[in-house]
Design a binder for this molecule. Structure first.
Ligand code: FE2
Ligand code: FE2
Length: 188
């Protein structure tokens, strides 16, 4: 049995993956032929699969996903503004994916973590690593068109927005992680 905070957090992951999938799905649908179109489609499909994996994971723990209203993504757009071109889309995605990976990694570090959750985290994190990798490659390629300084400045802008989102809303997340940590400590 897992604690209610971990139940909430896994449900939150599921909703965030759904939001990611919808975001990339919409982008992939409207994209012109080319490498980005292909990778974006895979990216969209991965996030959809992750939403299912968290649902499956909760099922294995005999739990149903909670209805969580807020996802990371919604707050990003509010804080950083809508990306205006493909480069900005990739930049915001890069920053966001790094945050997701950090969060999953933090969760994975919990001592005595439920092995089912660990297995799903590891499986999903493998894809998240690829997400960061392909986007980093494309941003590098875009330096000739958009300019390296411009790309760096855009990344910085989104990093700052990311910090603000994390500071504001994600404190709640960190708090839950602390409770989860305590609950594993208590059942040791
Ligand atoms: Fe994902
Ligand atoms: Fe991802």
């Amino acid at each position: 049995m897992i604690c209610s905070d971990e139940h909430w957090l896994l449900s939150f992951y599921r909703v965030s993956e759904i939001s990611g999938s919808l975001f990339f799905g919409r982008l992939a649908r409207g994209m012109k032929p080319g490498r980005i179109q292909v990778d974006m489609t895979k990216h969209f499909a991965d996030e959809a699969q992750h939403a299912w994996l968290w649902t499956e994971c909760l099922g294995k723990l005999s739990l149903e996903p909670l209805k969580v209203e807020e996802a990371y993504q919604d707050q990003y757009i509010t804080e950083a503004g809508m990306p205006v071109n493909v480069m900005e889309v990739l930049a915001i995605t890069q920053v966001f994916e790094q945050r997701v990976l950090r969060q999953y990694n933090m969760h994975k570090q919990i001592p005595n973590l439920n092995p089912v959750i660990r297995e799903y985290l590891e499986r999903i994190m493998k894809d998240e690593e690829w997400h960061i990798k392909w986007i980093r490659g494309e941003l590098k390629e875009m330096e000739t068109e958009y300019g390296r300084d411009n790309i760096m400045a855009t990344l910085k802008r989104f990093h700052d927005a990311d910090e603000r989102v994390y500071d504001k809303a994600m404190k709640e997340n960190a708090h839950r992680l602390q409770n989860i940590l305590a609950s594993y400590g208590a059942t040791k």
